[in-house]
Design a protein around this ligand. Structure first.
Ligand code: NAD
Ligand code: UDP
Length: 367
């Protein structure tokens, strides 16, 4: 199968490209590296089954030759990233999704969308199952992401109804693992970076808000299962074990043996209070469920971050403050470890081109 992966140079996208290549698929990866990193795919460039196009998919998505499936992952995903690129986020969720859908339609291929638990906004129903319609502030700072993804779901569903396109929607819950950027501002990458550099861990609010953290390999298995099916879903893909942000801070501090303090910052606007997926549908229809617990997942992630000490210092400085909705974090200049020279082509539209001993606190109960 020949699969086009938009956002393939990002955290999840690069793992998906790798998983597809591993099982014998060919991959055409499209990315503009607005939030991705050339290092993520540098090791894939010599594989004849892997093709990279430097492209802004909000402008166009065109690929020469047959395409059997399209996985549309291109979009900033970290809150500081999408707050820094509000219009680009809206563009890639709307025009980018339409361009990716048109590519799938031209080839009558399978299309899957990387949607998000942000569809549920700050949920009034807990835990969240797919039938819940959500509680989203349509004009708040997070709306550039939430509403773009809601539109992406709507236009994908309309392509299925109107054109009979085979569409699958994955609502991805907080996923972590190797290849997160240390300065991306998400909670797992921030806490690990801060713990390893001795900086205070930045807890937003009082730390009682919850998330459910899924390891990247589990998530990618779910995306592949969705790609291989003809189901639309939507499917919640995430790990249903829920933890408070304070618990996560303690786990990371214990695992890294860090002496870092904890520093409290204001809670970002519209930050969801509780989040946990019901994954019954994915379990029953796709035969998918996560297998890697947080101890093992964090151990692997900490190992990845520890192996890149040159990147951590500048990143720790960039994520030192709280998340300010008006002045979002800016990315530090990072050169070490990246291989931009290995990536061909300008940032233009694509035209047809060729075990740890750590003890983990119990998770939040459902009561
Ligand atoms: P990421 O920022 O690492 O990856 C996104 C990739 O898309 C980056 O490589 C970026 O450069 C690329 N991109 C953005 N705009 C583009 C454009 N216009 N043209 C081409 N490429 C573009 O984020 P991620 O965590 O890997 O997220 C991947 C997808 O999964 C996103 O769609 C995100 O919304 C979704 N998702 C992720 C999570 C998570 O916890 N990681 C949760 C929910 C949804
Ligand atoms: N958070 C935090 N400190 C940080 C980064 C995030 O306390 O340095 C909190 C954030 O306010 C949210 C949770 O951790 O409640 C998850 O944030 P993240 O940005 O990782 O993902 P989100 O689920 O908000 O998209």
């Amino acid at each position: 199968m020949r699969v086009a992966v938009t956002g393939g140079g990002g955290f999840l996208g690069s793992h998906l490209c790798e998983a597809l290549l591993r099982r014998g698929d060919s991959v055409v990866c499209l990315d503009n590296f607005s939030t991705g990193d050339p290092e993520n795919i540098a090791h894939l460039l010599s594989d004849p089954a892997f093709e990279f196009h430097h492209a802004d998919v909000s402008v166009s998505v065109e690929i020469r030759g047959r395409v059997d499936a399209v996985a549309h992952l291109a979009s900033p995903a970290s809150p500081p990233d999408y707050l820094r690129q509000p219009l680009e986020t809206l563009a890639v969720g709307s025009r980018g999704t339409e361009n990716a859908l048109r590519l799938a339609l031209r080839h009558n291929s399978r299309f899957i969308l990387a949607s998000t638990s942000e569809i549920y906004g700050d949920p009034l129903v807990h835990p969240q199952e797919e039938a819940y319609w959500g509680n989203v502030n349509s004009i708040g700072p997070r709306s550039v992401y939430d509403e773009a993804k809601r539109y992406a779901e709507a236009v994908s569903a309309a392509y299925r109804r109107t054109h009979g396109l085979s569409v699958g929607i994955a609502r991805i819950f907080n996923t972590y693992g190797p290849r997160m950027r240390p300065h991306d501002g998400r909670v797992v990458s921030s806490f690990i970076t801060q713990a390893l550099t001795g900086e205070p861990l930045t807890i937003y609010g009082d730390g009682t808000q919850t998330r459910s953290f899924c390891y990247v390999d589990d998530l990618v298995r779910g995306l592949v299962a969705l790609l291989d099916s003809s189901e639309m879903g939507p499917f919640n893909l995430g790990n249903p074990v829920e933890r408070t942000v304070s618990e996560l801070a303690e786990i990371v501090r214990a695992m890294t043996g860090s002496a870092s303090a904890v520093k409290y910052h204001p809670l970002p606007v519209d930050d969801p209070g509780r989040r946990r997926p019901v994954i019954t549908r994915a379990r029953e229809v796709l035969g998918w469920q996560p297998e890697i617990d947080i101890t093992e997942g964090l151990r692997r992630t900490v190992a990845y971050f520890s192996a890149r000490p040159d990147r951590l210092g500048a990143s720790a400085a960039a994520i030192r403050g709280g998340q300010d909705d008006t002045v979002p974090l800016s990315a530090p200049a990072i050169t070490a470890g990246t291989t931009p020279q290995a990536i061909p082509g300008p940032a233009t539209a694509v035209t047809d081109l060729a075990p740890s001993a750590v003890s983990v606190p119990p998770s939040v109960s459902d009561s």
